[in-house]
Design a protein around this ligand. Structure first.
Ligand code: THU
Length: 133
C-alpha cells in the first residue's frame, strides 16, 4: 500500500473525529476511503438516542461515496480517538462487500505503524450477499 496515500487517508480519518457525534458511547470514530475515481470520501460515527439508529463511520463514508455517484472502493482507513486503527464491524464489512465493485480486493488498513493491510475478503469470507447479489 502506498505509504504517502495511507498517511493522507489517516489524516482525513482523524479530521472526522471532530465531527463524530457520540454522546452515548463517547467512542469517536473517523473513516476515509479511496474510490476508483481517485477521490477520498470520509465519514464519522453518528449516534442517536434511539441507539439502533446509530451509524458507523465507515458506513457513512460509503454512503458519501454512493451519493456522489461512485461505486468502487479501493482502500479504507478507520481510526478511533485513541489513534488506533479500527477494524470495520460486521455490518460495515457486509455493506462494503455488497456496495462496491471488486469488493473482495478492498484493502483495509490493519496497523497504523507498519501500514499492514488486510483484504476485505479475509475479514468476511462468508458474507450474507455472497451468491445473492
Ligand atoms: N462504530 C463505528 O463507527 N465503526 C465500527 O466499525 C464499529 C463501531 C461506532 C458505533 C458507535 O457510535 C461507537 O462506535 C461505539 O460502538
Amino acid at each position: 500500500m502506498d505509504k504517502k496515500q495511507i498517511e493522507e487517508m489517516i489524516d482525513l480519518a482523524i479530521r472526522q473525529l471532530d465531527y463524530s457525534y457520540a454522546p452515548y458511547s463517547h467512542f469517536h470514530v473517523g473513516a476515509a476511503l479511496l474510490a476508483k475515481n481517485g477521490t477520498y470520501y470520509t465519514g464519522c460515527n453518528i449516534e442517536n438516542a434511539a441507539y439502533g439508529s446509530t451509524m458507523c463511520a465507515e458506513r457513512n463514508a460509503i454512503a458519501n461515496m454512493i451519493t456522489n455517484g461512485e461505486n468502487e472502493i479501493i482502500k479504507l482507513v478507520c481510526v478511533d480517538s485513541k489513534g488506533n486503527v479500527g477494524s470495520p464491524c460486521g455490518a460495515c464489512r457486509e455493506y462494503m462487500m455488497q456496495l462496491s465493485k471488486n469488493s473482495k480486493d478492498i484493502e483495509i488498513l490493519k496497523n497504523i505503524d507498519t501500514k499492514e493491510i488486510v483484504k476485505l475478503e479475509e475479514l468476511i469470507p462468508d458474507w450474507w450477499g455472497k451468491g445473492r447479489v
